[in-house]
Ligand binder design. Structure first.
Ligand code: ATP
Ligand code: MG
Length: 648
């Protein structure tokens, strides 16, 4: 893999909140005396009742218990809105950019306050109070943020279901958390196409427990014609006329649940992750400020959907707790053209931009033209999250999008972690393309081998975390046993991430993919990320996914699914060329045995490649593909099965 090092530029360091010396001091303090460190940083949010206890956590078998700031009381909406009113009431809190490039608006903190209070009153009038679950099935419109904050204001627990999910997935999630209220929109709008949200809710409700859902609140987005069931369904704008824009906030315990959110389902059945109030908000806001080097007045844009944890922590809660201006985008990167991201950057003078490798790779496939025709001069920090970013894509992001002027933060984290755990800090960390670099404050990564023995220094193994951090998930909703089983039973006294990694001589971490995806070729263990990065570095390749399959001689053979750049066709000559390429780049051991050219790869709705499905196809075992409910385009699977490669 690339061993290139990019130094911290003077301009980044001079502006930054944290330089390398400060990183080292703070990191040492955070792990040597977590109580003192977090007692201080816990004060970055306002508390109605200040905490006196800081950390009370145990990873011990049979007693997995995680509590932070447990005797404090606070409210997330007060911290994200009310406390800013005096100093920045007229500052823009949310810039909303519609799917249609001619549609956008600015919402100030004062307006946000009024909108959230109204939404909270609408919910309160329908019996929603502390501890009640509310399912949100919404497009990327400001009302999604209002609804989240309205729930938080009342002490209710939101459970967001991504607007691209089917009625079936929605039904199982409504049932799973027992929501009596669903908030949706008539229709969503993405890439010029309408998404029938309300119709999907109607379908879903037919499949949930009878009489569970008492109220469906419908935000009018397109004005499309939808069925409204009297007594159950109400248009939001009509209900909002009946209430005031003043609503008291319920002070809740630090450990009161804030939301339930399902993982992406890359590795199996999605898990209902529970995050709570105080520790989560402290961690989300602190990482947002330091990782993106956020300063007052900056315009910050995270392209995720609020249906993912990234949207929770880094569109809504982290930025708003910091009094930031956060941009919310309804559309997609390729509509109306491949330049859309960069046009939005210019339109709103975005300083900090945070997206996923899948978006970078797909835009890269379209060449530099669509990027180069925009200015992008406002950009300062570029972030990546969701998958390992191949060095090739990293360099394109750095050189083409950021013109070698912007720092890159490759942030590694999970739904379960609540916030970023491993990441560079713009003013502190030398960059290595493809490495998530070093741990954030309070985070102690450890590498273990298959038997759970801790590895020292430079090594490759399974990534675990030694001790708790405030943003950690507290349980799997309604199933603490599964929580313990999934994360704490593989290696005793450690949180197991499920990811493989290597650590280099500088102590930098390189995520190599899911541990389940590691392949073993003639006794050599290999992460899929390495072979994929090599393939993607070939000028004709846009995306690649690698899995193992049973091989008579080698134990496992390497099966590569390769998507070529727009307009290219694959043939045997190109297959040979790719094999030679990887052989030269990594070594003969990594040469793909079979290469299938695939127009599309199976991805989760958040853009991650689902290798477990590819593995089944490569193993000729595609009768049952497992949970495919979170697949973005189920149709690509049929093509993959039809055109699978036969082993010799
Ligand atoms: P499930 O847990 O249901 O299988 P998932 O793991 O894809 O789904 P998420 O919580 O959305 O659900 O994703 C977290 C995972 O994404 C991490 O465990 C890691 O594999 C990957 N990931 C996220 N950010 C990065 C990054 N910067 N570098 C490498 N991998 C990353
Ligand atoms: Mg996961």
């Amino acid at each position: 893999m690339s061993e290139k090092v990019i130094d911290v530029q003077d301009a980044w360091r001079e502006r930054a909140l944290i330089d390398d010396a400060k990183y080292k001091d703070m990191y040492t303090a955070s792990v040597s005396d977590p109580d003192a460190f977090w007692a201080e940083h816990g004060k970055r949010i306002d508390w109605s009742t200040p905490f006196t206890k800081v950390k009370n956590t145990s990873f011990a078998p049979g007693n997995i218990s995680i509590k932070w700031f447990e005797d404090g009381k606070t409210n997330v909406a007060l911290n994200c809105i009310d406390r800013h009113l005096e100093t920045r009431g007229d500052q823009t809190a949310i810039i909303w950019e519609g799917d249609d490039p001619n549609e956008s608006k600015h919402i100030t903190y004062r307006q946000l306050h009024a909108e959230v209070c109204r939404m909270a009153n609408v919910l309160r009038n329908r019996g929603v109070g502390k501890g009640d679950r509310v399912t949100l099935y919404l497009p990327m419109i400001p009302e999604a943020a209002y609804a989240m904050l309205a729930c938080a204001r009342l002490g209710a627990i939101h459970a967001i279901v991504f607007g691209g999910f089917s009625p079936d997935s929605l039904a199982s999630r409504i049932n799973g958390c027992g929501s009596k209220v669903v908030i949706t929109a008539d229709e969503g709008l993405r890439g010029g196409r309408k998404v029938p949200l309300k119709a999907n809710v109607d379908e879903a409700i037919k499949r949930v427990e009878k009489d569970l859902v008492e109220h469906v609140i419908v935000v009018q987005r397109t004005g499309g014609n939808v069925a409204m069931e009297p007594g159950r369904d109400v248009y939001y704008h009509e209900a909002a006329e009946q209430v005031t824009d003043d609503c008291p906030a319920e002070a809740v315990d630090a450990e009161h649940p804030l939301f339930i959110l399902y993982t992406s389902g890359s590795t199996g059945q999605p898990k209902g992750v529970v995050h709570t109030t105080g520790g989560y908000l402290v961690y989300a806001s602190m990482t947002h400020q330091y990782v993106f080097d956020y300063h007052d007045g900056d315009v910050y844009w995270c392209t995720a959907d609020v249906g993912w944890v990234t949207g929770h922590s880094y569109i809504v809660y982290g930025p708003l707790a910091n009094g930031a201006t956060t941009l919310m985008f309804e559309g997609i990167p390729t509509y109306p053209s491949n330049s859309r991201f960069w046009e939005v950057v210019d339109k709103h003078n975005v300083n900090i931009f945070y997206t996923a490798p899948t978006a970078i790779r797909s835009l890269m496939g379209g060449g530099e033209g669509p990027v180069k025709k925009t200015s992008r001069k406002s950009l300062r920090v570029l972030g990546s999250v969701g998958e390992p970013i191949n060095p090739e894509a990293w360099e394109w992001y750095y050189n083409v999008v950021g013109e070698q002027r912007c720092s890159i933060v490759d942030t590694w984290w999970q739904t379960e972690t609540g916030g970023i755990l491993i990441t560079p800090l713009p003013g502190a960390t030398k960059l290595k393309p493809g490495s998530a670099t070093r741990p954030f404050f309070g985070v102690q990564p450890v590498m273990v081998d298959a038997e759970g023995k801790e590895l020292e220094g430079k090594c490759e193994g399974n990534l675990c975390i030694k001790d708790s951090w405030p943003g950690q998930m507290r349980t799997v909703y309604g199933d603490h046993e599964r929580f313990e089983q999934t994360y704490f039973s593989t290696y005793k006294n450690l949180y197991f991430t499920g990811d493989g990694a290597r650590r280099d001589d500088d102590g930098y971490y390189w995520i190599t993919g899911r541990v389940d995806d590691v392949i073993n070729v003639s006794g050599h263990r290999m992460g899929t990320a390495e072979v994929e990065s090599s393939l993607v570095a070939h000028p004709k390749v846009s995306e690649a996914a690698v899995v193992g399959y049973p091989h008579n001689v080698k134990g496992q053979g390497i099966y590569a699914y390769v998507t070529l750049n727009e307009g290219l066709e694959g043939d045997d000559t190109l297959r040979k060329e790719l094999v030679t390429w990887v052989r030269k780049d990594i070594g003969p051991i990594a040469s793909p045995d079979l290469i299938q050219f695939a127009p599309g790869l199976p991805k989760t709705r958040s853009g991650k490649i689902m290798r477990r499905i590819l593995r089944k196809i490569a193993e000729d075992d595609f009768g049952s593909l497992g949970d495919t409910s979170t697949l973005a385009e189920p149709a690509v699977v049929d093509d993959l099965i039809e055109n699978r490669q036969n082993r010799a």
